[in-house]
Ligand binder design. Structure first.
Ligand code: NIG
Ligand code: FE
Length: 400
């Protein structure tokens, strides 16, 4: 047993259902002077110190004085399997170059494809483990990561294996860009679906596609997603990042788990998403990093849409692994409350990953994933912009 005792506060999204929508998104249960008791990898009890019964047997104790506990953060959208970096491109962008133009001229995503193909399987494993360590230091106890920087048979599969072996949830982003050895998206998809999908579907849980000018159009996205669905994968989509190209209607029609980005989503998209079971994944670090408009988060929540909050960690459009920074951006840029931000990167991201029954809350029966904040109030998660907040994480009842 592991006992985290004398916590200033424990804060957890209320209820037992997922995803949380509308008013439910902002409902957080807070217990003062509290403990969390873990039995093996599972939370056994959460309560007030004065109600803590005497414990027999072996109990490891963690002193929680001056700290607040929140559920382990769940990042449902990262691109952690890449080689190299894009710091030169970042400098060019700082001097005025545009992300879409760099992409169109063979830089951007394709420059990371070159570096990732050159990294080798060991290099990719080391990269994913490095990035996992960065995420943990910011309180992420479960991460999803996409492939998508290999775009050939061996590198895509090596990326998915590296993600899974590092404890991540692998998503096959086989349709991220058209690699240079193919003339067009249709030719590339012919190869990817015939040669890569059968093995990718054995490792990945979901498939993702970048629906955008310069990447894949709506007919190609449909072709890719339908084939992936038929191979047993859940569906995700990068949609409405720069242009509305039909991502939301396609996601709804195909029963996708999520559409991610939504910086270009208009009123009709907000209405459609709100009436659907598709979660809108908000990536404010990406909008900030590219100097783009923020997604219409407040409108989505108020209309009743299920929204989640993730980093989009990647070398080009969001070199940011911190969900607390995303919570801060959610509060200052997306106009979500700290409570809504917490639920959006715990319960609702767990829902996007199909794990909401086990992750995202501090309650009996959930996995013992806990973030101990070095702060007197759990809302520092959003309040302390870029602060050194995370004192410790517990993952599956253990101190990693
Ligand atoms: O989610 N938009 C497409 N893919 C990534 C960025 C990839 C990159 O720039 O390397 C994203 O923003
Ligand atoms: Fe992304």
């Amino acid at each position: 047993m592991l006992l985290v005792r004398d916590l200033t506060r424990v804060a957890t999204p209320s209820g037992t259902h997922a995803p949380l929508r509308g008013g439910d998104l902002g409902a957080v249960d807070v217990i003062e002077d509290a403990y969390v008791l873990c039995d093996g990898d599972t939370i056994a009890r959460v309560g007030r110190m004065r109600d803590l019964a005497r414990l027999d047997g072996d109990v490891i104790e963690i002193d929680g004085r001056g700290r607040c506990a929140v559920p382990g953060l769940v990042d449902c959208h990262t691109h952690a399997a890449f080689g190299g970096d894009r710091v030169d491109e970042f400098s060019l962008r700082a001097a005025g170059a545009r992300y879409e133009e760099l992409h169109a001229s063979g830089g951007g995503i394709l420059s990371t494809v070159r570096a990732t193909r050159g990294a080798g399987e060991d290099g990719l494993r080391a990269a994913v483990e490095l990035h996992r360590g960065w995420m943990r230091r910011h309180g992420t106890t479960t991460f999803e990561s996409k492939s998508g920087y290999g775009l050939d048979h061996d590198t895509e599969l090596a990326s998915l294996r590296a993600i899974g072996d590092a404890g991540g949830v692998p998503t096959w982003l086989g349709a991220h860009a058209v690699p240079p050895e193919f003339d067009d998206g249709d030719a590339y998809l012919g190869f990817a679906l015939a040669e890569v999908l059968p093995e990718a579907a054995q490792i990945a849980e979901a498939a993702d596609v970048f629906l955008e000018h310069g990447a894949f159009d709506v007919a190609q996205a449909r072709r890719y997603l339908e084939a992936c669905r038929d191979a047993g994968l859940a569906l995700r989509m990068h949609g409405d990042q720069f242009t509305e190209m039909g991502a939301i209607p396609l996601a709804i029609e195909l029963g996708a788990r999520s559409v991610d980005h939504l910086e270009a989503t208009g009123a009709e998209g907000v209405r459609a998403l709100a009436q659907s079971d598709v979660t809108g994944v908000l990536l404010p670090a990406s909008a900030l990093f590219l100097g783009r408009p923020m997604p219409p988060a407040r409108a989505l929540v108020d209309a009743g849409a299920a929204v989640a909050l993730a980093t989009d960690f990647n070398p080009g459009s969001a070199f940011c692994e911190s969900l607390p920074i995303c919570c801060s951006l959610a509060a200052t840029q997306l106009k979500l409350s700290p409570a809504e931000a917490l639920a959006a990167c715990t319960v609702n991201t767990a829902h996007v990953l199909g794990r909401a029954g086990r992750l995202g809350r501090l309650a009996p029966g959930y996995r013992a994933d806990i973030v101990l904040l070095d702060a007197p109030d759990w809302r520092y998660l959003a309040y302390h912009l870029g602060g050194d907040l995370v004192a410790q994480v517990v993952i599956g009842g253990e101190l990693p």
